[in-house]
Design a protein around this ligand. Sequence first.
Ligand SMILES: [Zn+2]
Length: 401
Amino acid sequence: MSVWDDLVGQEKVSAVLGAAARDADALVTAAAADEPLPETSRMTHAWLFTGPPGAGRDQAARAFAAALQCVSPDRALGGAPGCGFCDGCHTALLGTHADVTAVAAVGAEILVKDMRDTVRKSFTAPANGRWQIILVEDAERLNEKSANAVLKAVEEPAPRTVWLLCAPSIEDVLPTIRSRCRHLNLRTPSVDAVADMLVRRDGVDPRAAADAARATQGHVDRARRLATDPAARERRAAVLKLPLRLDEVGACLRAAQELVDAAAEDAKQLAEEMDGREAEEMKAALGAAQGGRLPRGTAGVMKDLEDMQKRRRTRTQRDSLDVALGDLTTFYRDVLALQLGSRVAIANTDAEDALDRLARAGSPESTLRRIEAIAACRDALDRNVAPLLAVEAMTMALRAG
Ligand SMILES: [Zn+2]
């Protein structure tokens, strides 16, 4: 199982990245042996990954980062580097590789102060002699100042620095930046490709894999979650029951509160699993004495860790809410399909009764308005509107009648 196996239905992108990783490895190997560098190379210093949510642009960038850091002795044999098991691959995928720096937006924008250290690091040589990789997961959230900081770094990168930028579409990135990047667009993988991956890679029963893939419409992570996590299935079932419950104002407000609470609970659970352990590991790494007293001058490091954990909590809550909104969108799309007389494309085959009832109760126009209300809620959350306010506005707009 290599790092490329996680890229579902992206054969073209995998081939381009694999070839680049092979040439990148040849370059590193030649330099280390003091041999002349290859004259041509398919390796590039800046890449832009675009594609719809769930197609796996972050995974593609991570897989490529891992392949560039792969130190398996067999990496040059046969296929592309990226064994998935060596220390380089493993830590790059996990996010703990010293020469892979990931930047993700916390709120609506990536601020220039959040990019300053990263840009500085991009001008330094990698610690392990391979590649200094900077991964920007939400390049569309770079504001003018932070984008300019990145632009300077991308224009004149250090010899071993690689920028990997991810964004929903090419239009989301400043023209000056995208003109300096090699662009790769990922497609939404087919339902069959996702189901096949769940069977092959995660050992999911074929029937359950097909259900999960269809319900999530080519969103790889969500499909895997749904197929392997009973709690995720319960959550989805509860979300799909919401539309029928929204008959009066009180019910809409309660439903909004439930959605927001469930997302907050997800974030809390993840924090409980990880925060304490990370803090202990960090203290041990800093050489804390018995009883937890930290050596002088290391308090800042702990503060950074706490900031990161806080950002992660906000992000988890947002992501979790986004999953529910995605399920609702698919649900109303199904309602619309029924209203327009097409039963073939139904994603939520397990909720057909509810779909039928709502399809009969309204018109295609009212369904479209509801789909727009969900999209508006997502936009509001992206702009950091208080989650409860945004979700209440949505559930009110979804109200039947
Ligand atoms: Zn490897």
